[in-house]
Design a protein around this ligand. Structure first.
Ligand SMILES: [Ca+2]
Length: 383
């Protein structure tokens, strides 16, 4: 029964996707810069962004040393691009480091001997070339500077898909200001948690932040202080799309497609995680973010949401609704607020906001229907 339902939804998704494809056929491809951090999910996201070259022109890729070891993350990215015939997409490694490194358990195997992304890098399907063949696409300029170069060279604003911490983006906005910001049409960022609980568990932190934000809270602050259009894909949305064994099995019937085989293999690397940590699912965080760019109709977006970001203290990395600030003021410690600061009120509220940024409007993806998303990804990768 479930299979019938999957097929029905997959058919509808395929039909809608085809219509999108036809509708866009005469338009210019959407120009995208992909800024990622080498996690398992980042590589499936790369496949999705490459799956429709008539719709998407990938201008370049910058990578942070966050969810994987940077040299491996860059190599794996280069190998995927080369294997699939994208030999004109430059890849640059950032030199930036965040204040709060990702948990070892996320970056490494349980015995801390193998970075997770090594399990992708070794796949025979992406190792058919000699190492030197990858070199022409490897950019020597640090990723944060290369991102600036790419942006400044664009005649028109382009879309930035960021599925890691915001360090590279913040660097560009801080150093080049409006000259760079004016070249960004929108940033789609997988990050933040608004009404959802954060996923950071770290000493001295209150757990309200999402990890991409917590890795470099100052970077989040810099982006919040900018005026660049920002679309958040926070945990509120990504919590709906776990990567499940059932999803990975569904790539089987389309294993005559290289994209599907690769995506299935890459996501299969987290299946042991899924079974061993049932209370800590692995989500398609980044892939959903790209899907919201490629198929906006999948994602329920609220266009104008006033939010702020906390850059220091025990909530650093928190992204919050501005409406929550007064509520939070009720929990201020006395030394943070005005006299008698445990109560609500302007002085204490201002103290909360001093820990972060002034409020600004962002767009927020609040919700996605999981099966529609899965069906879209499966269909998109059947190439
Ligand atoms: Ca990522």
């Amino acid at each position: 029964m479930a299979t019938v339902r999957y097929r029905a939804i997959a058919f509808v998704a395929a039909l809608m996707f085809s219509m999108d494809w036809i509708a866009r056929a005469e338009a210019e491809p959407l120009k995208i810069i992909f800024d990622h951090d080498g996690g398992i999910d980042d590589f499936v996201t790369l496949l999705l962004l490459l799956s429709r070259p008539a719709d998407v022109k990938l201008l370049g890729i910058t990578i942070l040393d966050a969810d994987c070891k940077i040299d491996l993350a860059v190599n794996t990215t280069l190998k995927i691009l080369y294997t699939l015939g994208f030999r004109d997409v430059p890849v640059a490694a950032s030199s930036l480091q965040g204040a709060n490194p990702f948990p070892e358990l996320w970056r490494w195997s349980p015995l801390r001997r193998v970075p997770y992304c090594r399990t992708v890098d070794v796949q025979p399907l992406i190792n058919g070339m000699r190492p030197e063949e990858l070199e022409p696409q490897r950019v020597k300029t640090p990723g944060e500077d290369f991102l600036a170069e790419l942006l400044l060279a664009q005649p028109e604003p382009v879309t930035l898909v960021s599925t890691g911490p915001l360090s590279n983006v913040a660097h560009v906005l801080t150093r080049y200001g409006e000259a760079a910001a004016s070249k960004i049409k929108k940033i789609y960022w997988m990050g933040g948690a608004l009404r959802a609980h954060g996923n950071v568990v770290a000493p001295g932190h209150d757990g309200t932040a999402e990890w991409n934000a917590y890795w470099d809270p100052e970077a989040v602050g810099a982006v919040w202080r900018s005026r660049v259009p920002l679309v958040l894909v926070p945990l509120d949305a990504t919590n709906a799309v776990p990567v499940t064994p059932d999803l990975v099995y569904r790539f089987g019937p389309q294993s005559d497609s290289r994209y599907s085989v690769l995506a299935g293999i890459i996501w299969s690397k987290v299946i042991s995680w899924v079974y061993e940590r049932p209370h800590e699912p692995y989500y398609a965080w980044d892939t959903l973010t790209a899907a919201c760019v490629l198929r906006p109709g999948l994602c329920e977006v609220e266009e104008t949401v006033e939010t702020y970001a906390v850059t220091e203290g025990r909530s650093q990395g928190r992204t919050a609704l501005a409406d929550d600030a007064d509520e939070d003021a009720g929990t201020c410690r006395p030394e943070e607020g005005a006299e008698g600061g445990s109560g609500r009120g302007g002085a204490c509220s201002a103290a909360v906001l001093r820990g972060g940024t002034p409020p600004r409007n962002v767009s927020v993806v609040w919700r996605v229907e999981a099966e529609a998303f899965y069906a879209f990804v499966l269909e998109a990768l059947r190439v």
